[in-house]
Design a binder for this molecule. Structure first.
Ligand code: NI
Length: 167
């Protein structure tokens, strides 16, 4: 399974709700966690591998593997922080992004069990980044237009992609 990179329309589409917690859901979760390990990422969302479903996985060092299905972000803190982000779908490009310092999220796990989680720091950041993927939003979208343009050009140079990346 390959990671879809900047320029693909799939990264700009809204993902669909998962309505069954079955073998397929277990498989998707397993595959996503495998890719995360292989590509040394901290988070991965369905659309990044062409699965247009509302699911993402997070695995931060020294933390457990986490899966979020059909998530809703219930609260975001007014307090924000800035941190350098990257994305497996935009390899080679990093930028400081301002996000809420903490979030409260409700989701289901792969067995269909609902949970609510309050997260802060890096976990909160990755949750917000991955949630955005389900909405067709990328971390680049938070940057000023000129900075975004520069980074897209950098990505195009690195990846050898054409003007399609301007989306
Ligand atoms: Ni990403």
């Amino acid at each position: 399974m390959q990671i879809i990179t900047l320029g693909s329309e799939l990264l700009r589409q809204k993902a669909d709700k998962i309505d069954k917690f079955d073998e397929e859901t277990l498989n998707i979760k397993k595959q996503m966690l495998e890719i995360l390990v292989k590509d040394k990422g901290v988070g991965l969302a369905g659309p990044q591998i062409g699965i247009m479903k509302r699911i993402f996985v997070v695995h931060i060092q020294n933390d457990t593997e986490r899966v979020f299905i059909n998530p809703s972000i219930l609260e975001t803190s007014h307090e924000t922080c800035k941190y350098e982000e990257g994305c497996l779908s935009v390899p080679g490009v990093y930028a400081n992004v301002i996000r809420s310092e903490s979030v409260k999220i409700h989701a289901w796990n792969e067995k269909g069990r609902p949970f609510t989680l309050e997260a802060s720091g890096l976990l909160a950041r990755v949750i917000q980044h991955e949630y955005d993927h389900l909405e067709g939003v990328l971390f680049l979208d938070y940057l000023p237009e000129n900075k975004k343009k520069k980074l897209i050009e950098k990505f195009e140079k690195i990846s050898g992609k054409g003007e399609n990346a301007f989306k």
